[in-house]
Design a binder for this molecule. Structure first.
Ligand code: T3D
Length: 260
């Protein structure tokens, strides 16, 4: 069985991290499978949304620590792992500006949290927990965690969550703004899939501009952002989906978007 399941349903791709015995911890094989999956996604314009989840009772506890051997006497270069695997993955996920939905089915820890947060909408099962585990093993948070956490939940909560390595329950993560919603365990996949299918058949160009503009806003002034929004509308106003959306509204019928 592959360590990463790639399922295609029309314009939607579902990626399932599939190392359930290790709660889907990321080893080199899974990193390489993720890189190949993103190659395929980036190369196929007909893919209009991605849903990411984990198999079994965990979502992802980050790096597979059984690949590390502190007793070997060798001094590891963990920066190399980040440069080779985690950072390119986070960068390309953020750069692919069509909707990415994470369905966090169980515990997410370490870089596993960062992989979820590289998605645009994060849903979690009520029983799931988010753990910045790095303080437990003498590391500092990586893979974008120190960028996402303070922006999403504020500096006070981010520092406490990271320094204390406390498990944050899904509902609290939603209350703090780390994720979009916590839903019952039983309804997680149905809710996430419904939302992903809706986005996959939505006006993909407009959705993509929305994601890209929000991402860009972190380093922009209001003036720069106003210009960027104007440029988006200029482009989108020429799209078939805009014509279809307005026509559907005026004719009181549902819109049928093609993503063009
Ligand atoms: O190294 C580099 O290249 C730098 C990059 C670092 C990025 C990182 O992500 S570092 C952070 C690594 N992650 C952690 O430190 C989290 C470690 N895991 C845990 O703290 C706990 O397992 C959890 C809180 C996530 C879940 O606890 P629990 O009690 O629900 O489950 P468990 O019994 O601990 O785990 C179940 C199995 O999964 C267990 O295996 P076993 O005993 O049944 O054979 C456990 O060893 C395995 N597992 C869980 N996390 C990892 C793992 N195996 C390898 N690596 C893991 N990260």
């Amino acid at each position: 069985m592959s360590v990463l399941l790639f399922d295609r349903e029309g314009p939607l791709v579902t990626l399932t991290l599939n190392r359930p015995d290790r709660l889907n911890a990321v080893n080199v094989e899974l990193h390489e499978a993720l890189a190949k999956a993103w190659d395929d996604i980036e190369g196929d314009d007909s893919i209009r949304a991605v849903l990411l989840t984990g198999s079994g009772r965990g979502f992802c506890p980050g790096q597979d620590l059984s690949d590390r051997d502190p007793e070997s006497g060798e001094i590891p270069d963990l920066g190399h792992t980040l440069d080779t695997y985690y950072n390119p993955l986070i960068r390309r996920m953020r750069a692919w500006t069509k909707p990415k939905i994470a369905a966090v089915n169980g515990v997410a820890a370490g870089a596993g949290v960062s992989i979820a947060l590289a998605c645009d909408i994060v849903l979690a099962a009520e029983s799931a927990k988010f753990l910045m585990a790095f303080a437990n093993i003498g590391l500092a948070p990586d893979a974008g965690a120190t960028w996402h956490y303070p922006r999403l939940m504020g500096e006070a909560r981010a520092k406490a969550a990271m320094l204390l390595a406390e498990k944050i329950p899904a509902q609290q993560a939603a209350d703090w703004g780390l994720i979009y919603r916590a839903v019952s365990d039983d309804s997680l996949m149905e809710t996430a899939r419904g939302l992903a299918l809706k986005l996959a058949s939505g006006p993909s160009l407009g959705l993509s501009h929305t994601i890209a503009n929000i991402n860009a806003s972190w380093s922009h002034t209001l003036d720069q952002q106003l210009d960027r929004e104007r440029d988006s509308q200029r482009t989108l106003g020429q799209s078939a989906d805009y014509a279809e959306g307005v026509s559907a509204f005026l004719n009181k019928r549902p819109a049928s978007f093609k993503g063009q």
